[in-house]
Structure formats: structure tokens, C-alpha cells
Design a protein around this ligand. Sequence first.
Ligand SMILES: Cc1cc2nc3c(=O)[nH]c(=O)nc-3n(C[C@H](O)[C@H](O)[C@H](O)COP(=O)(O)OP(=O)(O)OC[C@H]3O[C@@H](n4cnc5c(N)ncnc54)[C@H](O)[C@@H]3O)c2cc1C
Length: 408
Amino acid sequence: MSITARLLGSAVSRWGEDPWARGSWSLIGRHGTPQDRVALGTPVGERLRIAGEATHPTRAGMTHGAYEKGVEAAGWAADLGHSRVAVVGAGMAGLGAARTLAERGVQVRIFEARDRIGGRTAGADVAGGAFDLGANWLQQYDENVLARLAERLGLTMVPTDFGDPLVLTGEPFPDGIEDDLRDRLSRAAPESGIADVLDDWLRDPAPWTAAEIHRFVDAEIVMDAGAPLSWLSARHGFEPGVGEGDRWIVGGYRRLTGHLADGLDIRLGHPVRDIRVEAGRVVLNGDVSADAVIVTAPLPVLAGGGITFDPPLPPAHRDALGRLGAGRVEKVILRFDQRFWPEHGYYRVHGPERTSISEWLDATAADGTPTLVGLFAGHWLGTLWTGTDAEIADRATGIIRAAAARRG
Ligand SMILES: Cc1cc2nc3c(=O)[nH]c(=O)nc-3n(C[C@H](O)[C@H](O)[C@H](O)COP(=O)(O)OP(=O)(O)OC[C@H]3O[C@@H](n4cnc5c(N)ncnc54)[C@H](O)[C@@H]3O)c2cc1C
């Protein structure tokens, strides 16, 4: 197979350092439970409610979970009879909330910090095609409300079989290892981290080898969470998500967000820094008044004090913010003038170091131009994701070229 393919264009995500994301998606830390997600999304009186993916107890970290929580918060505000509602953030939760409010005749304005909508769904135009640097798949496809919307809009979607990735370097996993991991996690002591379970497992690894266990945990948990295993809850940190039947959208998530935003009053470039709840109204940034506010800023933005609340959030909300957190998974889009990797759809690459792992989606189906979308997580982001976008793309290209060449 040719390895002289020329790179036509690339794009690189920066979720870890993005001030309006500060990570990729929310996770449950060792002292937390899904109940913390419920607590965070519980209304604060009758004028303030936090929504967004982090508040969904069973669909966290996913676009449809975010959207559902936005719709739910909108129902809460409308049922209370509020006629002017402010929404903070124009991601899936904010768009879902605002659209629902508008449909119920409520006057709604979205205040969005960035100069674009979509939040952690973010499109990039690369060498004539549009691809996703944030959310890629419609997950839990059969029960995904956004998948139904995509179908109604007639969008072209391509399924990915996550159950059968082509392992370009490294060995496939032995049968039974996943059941063993899940069983160990379910039996873990309360408030233990995944690293505790791993340490215990490695003391008596049979019938697996230590290398197999490391590889499996890297692929299944590090890639899925992008957070330190010592921090991540053993009992609750491995949440439902990626599965067979997930589909990605040709043209990217912007096909959905553009539709959802249509006709809404969205103020781009308007970060909300403080929210004051007064008798009879809420005041944003000292000068915007509304009957109620729905806040969909990502969890690390809230936990990091990106928005000041007056009065402060109640203890249950603050505790939840402390027990939840976010990981870091980054993406690269690479487009080439010819394919140098085998046709399969989804790939896993182990190496070059033991702790380095990447997964790759073949997105060539979008328009026929050979395209890879690489996902990276784990310690090596500290060195891999440095320098310019071009330098990062170059390193990523080197990794997939070497893996494809070794595969032959
Ligand atoms: C690399 C990556 C891959 C992913 N892959 C998938 C996937 O395949 N499938 C899937 O379902 N999910 C995936 N996700 C997760 C998914 O993108 C999120 O769960 C979802 O988009 C979150 O929506 P949200 O509305 O809760 O938050 P966001 O989309 O983050 O929206 C919040 C909005 O608030 C704005 N904001 C923040 N602070 C302020 C402020 N102070 N004032 C005003 N505005 C503010 C932000 O700019 C943002 O627009 C992925 C995420 C990443 C990063």
C-alpha cells in the first residue's frame, strides 16, 4: 500500500485549553455518583436552573442527553409561567431549551460566549469538506431524539461498528476481558478509583497478561474518558455511551445545530460572567433582565468559577460540581490525496509507547476524498498536543502512517 500520500488539509481540536469548554465531556469522580448529576440539574428556586450534558444521569457526555436536559429545563420555565427567559450557551442544551421555549410562546434570548453556535459540536472545513472536531456520532441511535431529527431532515448518516475496530498495531483483546473488567468495577469499594481496581487486578492478572489488561483499560476507559484513572470513579466512571449502531453525519453536526438555531435570538460573543437572582427577576452581567435563566455552560466552566452566582449556588450544587469533572479527548482531521490504510471504517492504534492510544474513523464516505478523523487521549497529549496545529497534525499523520506501514 502506498505511503507517499500527500496531506491535503488538516484541522486540530483544542478542547483542553478552550476557555468555554475546559475539557471534552463530564465524568464522575471517585467521590461522586449519578445522583450528583441529578443534584446539579435540580432547579434553584423558581428562576435558575442548570442544564447541559453534565446533568443527565444516564445520557451524560452526549449530545442527545444535553438536548433532552435543555428541553426539560425549558418545560420547567414555561410551566412556571415565565414569559422572558435567558439561556446561557448555544450548544445542544441551550438550543434545545430555546427552541422549546420559543415553541411555547416564551420570549427567549441565548447569550453565547463564542462567536459561533454549537458548543462542543464544532465543524471544521478541511480541503473542501466539513467534518466534526467535537461530537461526531449520534450515539444510542435507536433511542436518540437527535437521530430522529436527523432522519426527518433527511441527513446522510454512516454507521460505525465500534465492536469490531481494526487493530492496526497491537493485538485484539481476548474474549471475556470486558466482562471481567465490568464485574470488577461493579464490585469495587465505594469511593475507589479505577486505578485501585487496576492495581488489584494486576496483582493477580490470570487468565490475562498484564499487557493485555493495560491495553484493554487504555482502549476502553482512557480513550472513553480521557481522565486520570486514580480520579475516575470505579463504580460510576464507566458510563453508557459508544455502541454498535452509532452513526456520524455527513457534513457534520452543524447540519443539526443550524436547523435548531434557525429563527432564534442568539447573541454571539456575549459571555455571561455573573448571574444575580433578585425578587421577581434575574439579572445577567448587571444589565440584562429576565424572569428566569437556564445555564448550559459546561461543568468545568461552572466548577472553575467562570460564572459568579449571587446568591451562591446551594451546597448540593456546589458539592456536585466538586465531585464531577471532565476529561480530555482531542481530535484531528486529516485529508489525503490517496488512501494508505486498509478499508475498514474504524481503527485502533496502540503505541508508540505503552500508554499511547489513538482511534481513527475513516470518514472517506463523506465525499470520496480519503479522510481520517483521529481521537487521542491519555498522558501523551501533554507532548503530542503542543505547538502549532500544523505540528500536531504532522505528528498525528506520522502515527497513522507508521501504524498503516507496520500493518502492511
Ligand atoms: C472531542 C469530542 C468528541 C465528542 N464525541 C461525541 C459523540 O461522538 N457523540 C456525542 O453524543 N457526544 C460527543 N461529545 C460530547 C458532546 O459534544 C457534548 O456532550 C455536548 O455537545 C454538550 O452539549 P451542552 O449543550 O451540554 O454543552 P456545550 O456544547 O459545551 O454548550 C455550552 C455552550 O455554553 C457556552 N458558554 C460557556 N461558558 C459561557 C458563558 N460564561 N457565557 C455564555 N456562554 C458560555 C459555550 O461556548 C457553549 O457554546 C464529544 C465531545 C468532544 C469534545
